[in-house]
Design a protein around this ligand. Structure first.
Ligand SMILES: Nc1ncnc2c1ncn2[C@@H]1O[C@H](COP(=O)(O)OP(=O)(O)OP(=O)(O)O)[C@@H](O)[C@H]1O
Ligand SMILES: [Mg+2]
Length: 241
């Protein structure tokens, strides 16, 4: 079955409790992302971009609203189901790379394949992914022996080794100089084309946002621009906090 929208959200709200009071972080976010689309997510610091990405990744749960990924409602899944969802569907990269410092590049990329029944195949898949990001000669380096751009390329290989359908990226070039940023973006773009990924990328850089198919702008926990006209879908529900 052809899935038209890879991501569909309806009225995502996220509230935190601070000193016994509810603090709204996301205040009703509704949007869709088509299969294969590349969407840039922009907005001022503190507007809720990382919070939204965490909810789309199934790392965090909304207080209210619906999130459908590849047709599946993820807000009411058990922790075990969410872990499997993340492993199979989502690749995620962060500004600070988040590699495990005591593990080599190859071991970092292999880590998400821990459930793979065939260790040799897992190793070969990891080596192939590192080859695709141009790091075949850095397999046994530890993160501190790699440049920032190389570390981010390891993180991209790790995010994609399980062949997810969606790549979520939270300011993936935020810690890199402009030449290295270009290189890393080029790799993300190549991998997107090769693996037919849907990409949602947080960025502060207008020149990066301009290269995306579409830009969503968050201000103060809400999407800027006209409210999307969309009736509540049938799966609308109150999520468990
Ligand atoms: N664990 C937490 N406890 C309290 N407040 C939090 C927590 N996580 C996020 N917030 C608050 O939620 C709001 C949104 O945070 P979020 O990290 O999503 O913003 P952001 O748009 O990613 O910002 P930046 O561009 O600086 O990364 C901020 O006001 C932040 O202080
Ligand atoms: Mg953030």
């Amino acid at each position: 079955m052809q899935i038209e929208n890879m991501v569909e959200t309806f009225d995502i709200q996220r509230e935190l409790t601070s000193n016994g009071r509810g603090l709204p972080i996301l205040r009703g976010i509704t949007f869709s992302v088509a299969d294969g689309e590349w969407v840039a997510l922009t907005g001022p610091s503190g507007s809720g971009k990382s919070t939204l990405l965490g909810i789309l990744a199934g790392i965090d749960r909304p207080t209210y609203g619906s999130v459908r990924v590849a047709g599946f409602e993820i807000t009411n899944q058990s922790e075990g189901q969410l872990a499997r969802f993340r492993n199979e569907m989502i690749g995620i990269v962060f500004q600070s790379f988040n590699l495990i410092s005591t593990m080599t590049a190859l071991e970092n990329v292999e880590a998400p394949m821990y459930i793979h029944p065939n260790k040799r195949e897992a190793r070969e898949a990891s080596m192939e992914m590192l080859r695709q990001v141009g790091l075949s000669d850095r397999l046994h380096h530890l993160p501190h022996q790699l440049s920032g751009g190389e570390q981010q390329r390891v993180a991209i290989a790790r995010a994609l080794v399980t062949h997810p359908q969606i790549l979520l990226a939270d300011e993936p070039t935020g810690n890199l100089d402009s030449a290295t940023s270009k290189q890393v973006l080029q790799i993300i773009q190549e991998m997107r084309n090769r693996m037919k990924l849907t990409v949602i990328m947080v960025t502060h850089d207008p020149s990066i946002a301009a290269r995306a198919d579409r830009c969503l702008h968050i201000m103060d926990g809400k999407l800027a621009g006209p409210e999307p006209v969309q009736p509540p879908p049938l799966y609308f529900k109150k999520a468990v906090a």
